[in-house]
Design a protein around this ligand. Sequence first.
Ligand code: C2E
Ligand code: CA
Ligand code: CA
Ligand code: CA
Length: 278
Amino acid sequence: ARAAGPLSVRWAGAALNDDAYGRLRMEQELRHAIAAGELELHYQPQIELASGKPLGAEALARWRHPTRGMIPPDRFIPVAEECGLVEALGRFVLETAARQAAAWAGLGFRLRIAVNVSAIQLRNPAFAETALAILREADCDPSLIELEITESAAMADADHAARQLAPLRAQGVRIAIDDFGTGYSNLASLTQLPFDVIKIDRGFVRDALEHPNARMVVAAVLGLAGNLGVETVAEGVETEEQRAFVAAHGCTYGQGYLFSRPVPAESLLAWRRNQLVA
Ligand code: C2E
Ligand code: CA
Ligand code: CA
Ligand code: CA
């Protein structure tokens, strides 16, 4: 990795401040990156807590920049969203994940892949249609794909979201509500949405053992999900204590550094083989 000089600091920080010059450069480089194949997906396993088996993985975008090193998504997704690149990026991500899921299924590894969807993608009236076309082209069984929609994106226009998500779900695509607990939606309004999974935000999982309020939120969400008949993923599980706590409250899946960091596709395949043998 190359030392971060003032210019690269400025460039990397451009997404976070009003540095128009840094922002413009990043925009140009990102446009190039999507076309040049500099983006890739890493996969973080989701473990079924009852069995300990890795049944799914979340696809997380990475930018392997030729000179600036590996750039995390928090840096470039906001830029993509602001400069109209998020549709192209979203298409790349879903296509790549769908081909990967189909390829693994062909090897006998039916691993469900969860794909993040930006609020801007969801707003597109052709979102569902486009996504289903991508899955068809990739020859991917829709039930191998889960789309993660953040709670705030889903609730910004719940009627629209419900209309987009219903046809996807009818084809077998699973819908997850991401970062649950951060969007201040009331639980009654959430039940208007068709979804299969609630992902409890990492902040609550992190605080669950120390802060009584976080503990109550996690326990309440897990209880509610159980009553609604939806599955749950605890994000950011880093310790055995956190795993035991969410498992004791009926959480379906765990995802976090305790199990594995996000890794390239080849590493995930090797990792999964080891898990199943062990
Ligand atoms: P997210 O959807 O909440 O993804 C989970 C983030 O938590 C990932 O960060 C993951 O690496 C990190 N994480 C997982 N386990 C642990 C843990 O045990 N401890 C800690 N401290 N962190 C953990 P990452 O990969 O940097 O992604 C950040 C965000 O960028 C994602 O948050 C998501 O909002 C966005 N993102 C990533 N890939 C995509 C994409 O393909 N499309 C869109 N629209 N957004 C994406
Ligand atoms: Ca996510
Ligand atoms: Ca999340
Ligand atoms: Ca998050």
